[in-house]
Design a binder for this molecule. Structure first.
Ligand SMILES: Cc1cc2nc3c(=O)[nH]c(=O)nc-3n(C[C@H](O)[C@H](O)[C@H](O)COP(=O)(O)OP(=O)(O)OC[C@H]3O[C@@H](n4cnc5c(N)ncnc54)[C@H](O)[C@@H]3O)c2cc1C
Length: 538
């Protein structure tokens, strides 16, 4: 195998697959894509509901844990991240939301020039094929991009209609499509699913490029550190099968290892906060105070209800019916296994005077519990859950190496609820959820509100319950964020690491701030636009 490439990309996740495709379009450009995990050709990856299985499966998942988090009453939290071809897009819940216009305008304000809403909207439109449904149930296709985004309402549980009725009773609009003109209201969630199968970044971008002789993909290759010569990244070392390999990049090294591993790799390579590196005996090649700083994530807490009508529990909570659903899926690619459990979602205002929608609602026709090992147990009785998640937390945490060793997981400190604004939003969102739980449409189908009953909690009780029970929504971002200079950011608005040549970070780490909604769509958009900036720098 050649050891010299034009571009070397680290990580075949949501971002890395996009880059591998776009940078290898020119047959003269040699591209190497290195992925620590293995093949994504697995039943539970391809089956939409299979994410309950991959959620805690170490064969496809880094299975990280955070440090004790004071804002969550000292609890540590389980943080799954994909370690497989497709990265987290192979194990995520497939919800597709672009984010809201002001999220990206705030990127621009933070110094990421050229990433405002009007520009990124065009990138979204080019990358998506939206599969919508006509009133008679037939499909209509919008756009011509590689990422398939489907309206799965035909296969959603009929119970979900109660959530839409409750939304109307709350005075919330019913959004036609939050990935189009609408920016507010609830809708049947759109998903990266094609014909009943997960449609990851690997399916959309990597697979179509695999036959190109100028693209080399190496699985089970764990990058150890980047080689720096003077101020230029010239290649990297990776471990595969117990051996260390060295490869050279003529044009660029691109880190797309995700919001936890990209800052870890920079720090292991001597690029990061000088004090941290010295503490671990790493020579400081480029003192960059912001590498691993700025971590943001969504936090939420589910409130569970027993239902008076059948929900997904009546099928997925019963061994025999579960087998039947499995057979239905294998034979027809339809039924409960073909749809993620997040069925109704959208953006609403926490109070009427909020200037933008600032809470994401989730309403799922299922209740379950998550065990200490991360596995999920569906209850046998009919149940459902409601959840109100603040869209734009302001708390920021850190990702710091814990040792000068690529095999030691970094220390993740989310610093959850470390601003008063975030604590206040938790209370406001909780009160909104209590109102939703008391709408006639929800009350009609509620048998019991399970403890803690959100409608009975005081403001202090809502916050304390959140501190005791909230979990990540799996959206870490911003640990190598774009911005104007190295005192406040890690890269410029072309994702180039400040002060170094031939080194970029392009993945969820690059977000100047977390966006409203789920993060896979903005990561794919970011990688898609960053690839254009690499190929046609302005
Ligand atoms: C359980 C879960 C559910 C989620 N649900 C949703 C959802 O429903 N909708 C949504 O929009 N978003 C969701 N997300 C978030 C979304 O999937 C991520 O934001 C997005 O995939 C991140 O993309 P990325 O390219 O930054 O990182 P990733 O996709 O995580 O890719 C990083 C890749 O780099 C590889 N890598 C890391 N270190 C190394 C190394 N040293 N050497 C080689 N390779 C390395 C990893 O193995 C991985 O494949 C979810 C995430 C999880 C984990």
């Amino acid at each position: 195998m050649s050891k010299v490439f034009d571009f070397i990309i680290v990580g075949a996740g949501s971002a890395g697959c996009v880059l591998a495709n776009k940078l290898s379009m020119n047959p003269k450009t040699k591209v190497l894509l290195l992925e620590a995990g293995g093949s994504d050709n697995k039943f539970w990856i391809k089956t939409p509901l299979g994410y309950a299985k991959t959620f805690s499966d170490p064969s496809v998942n880094w299975c990280y844990s955070t440090a004790p988090d004071i804002g969550l009453n000292g609890r540590t939290a389980y943080w799954p991240r994909g370690r497989v071809i497709g990265g987290s897009s192979s194990i995520n819940a497939m919800a597709y939301l672009r984010g809201l216009p002001h999220d990206f305008d705030d990127w621009e304000t933070a110094g990421a020039k050229g990433w405002g809403w009007e520009t990124v909207r065009e990138t979204y439109e080019a990358l998506e094929t939206q599969v919508e449904l006509n009133p008679d149930g037939t499909k209509k296709f919008q756009g011509n991009g590689p990422l398939i985004v489907s309206d799965l309402s035909k296969n959603m549980h009929p119970f979900s209609q109660h959530f839409l009725r409750a939304a109307t009773e709350m005075g919330w609009p019913l959004a036609g499509n939050l990935n189009g003109k609408d920016t507010e209201g609830l809708m049947t969630l759109r998903s990266t699913v094609k014909n009943g199968r997960r449609w990851s970044s690997a399916d959309a971008y990597l697979r179509p490029a695999l036959k190109r002789p100028n693209l080399c993909v190496i699985k089970a290759a764990k990058v150890q550190n980047i080689t720096i010569n003077g101020t230029r990244a010239t290649g990297l070392t990776y471990q595969k099968g117990g051996e260390i390999h060295t490869v050279e990049a003529i044009a660029e090294v691109i880190l797309s290892a995700g919001a936890i591993n990209s800052p870890q790799l920079l720090q292991l390579s001597g690029i990061g906060p000088g004090g941290l590196l010295k503490n671990h005996g790493i020579p400081v090649r480029h003192d960059m105070p912001q590498v691993g700083e700025g971590l943001q994530d969504h936090l939420a807490v589910n409130h569970y209800f027993h239902a008076t009508e059948p929900t997904l529990n009546n099928c997925l909570g019963h061994p025999v019916k579960k087998i039947f659903a499995g057979m239905q899926y294998i034979l027809t690619r339809e039924g409960p296994l073909s749809v993620p459990v997040n069925q109704i979602s959208g953006f609403v205002r926490s109070t009427p005077d909020a200037t933008v929608p600032n809470v994401q609602i989730y309403a799922n026709p299922i209740s379950y519990s998550t065990q200490a090992d991360g596995s999920t147990v569906v209850e046998p009785n009919a149940g459902f859950l409601l959840c109100a998640q603040p869209c734009r937390p302001s708390s920021r945490g850190t990702v710091h190496i814990a040792a000068n060793d690529p095999n030691v997981a970094p220390t993740i400190q989310p610093n959850s609820l470390s601003t008063q604004k975030d604590c206040d939003m938790v209370v406001t969102a909780g009160k909104l959820l209590a109102k939703l739980a008391q709408t006639p449409a929800i009350q009609r189908v509620t048998k019991t509100r399970l403890n803690p009953d959100i409608t009975t909690l005081s403001n202090a009780g809502i916050l304390e319950n959140f501190r005791n029970r909230a979990s990540t929504v799996f959206h870490p971002t911003s640990t190598c964020r774009m911005g104007s200079d190295k005192t406040t950011s890690v890269t410029d608005s072309h994702c180039r690491v400040h002060g170094l040549q031939a080194l970029r970070v392009i993945d969820a780490s690059s977000f100047p701030n977390l966006t409203s909604g789920n993060t896979n769509a903005p990561v794919v958009m970011l990688a898609s636009r960053a690839a254009s900036l690499i190929l046609k720098p302005s």
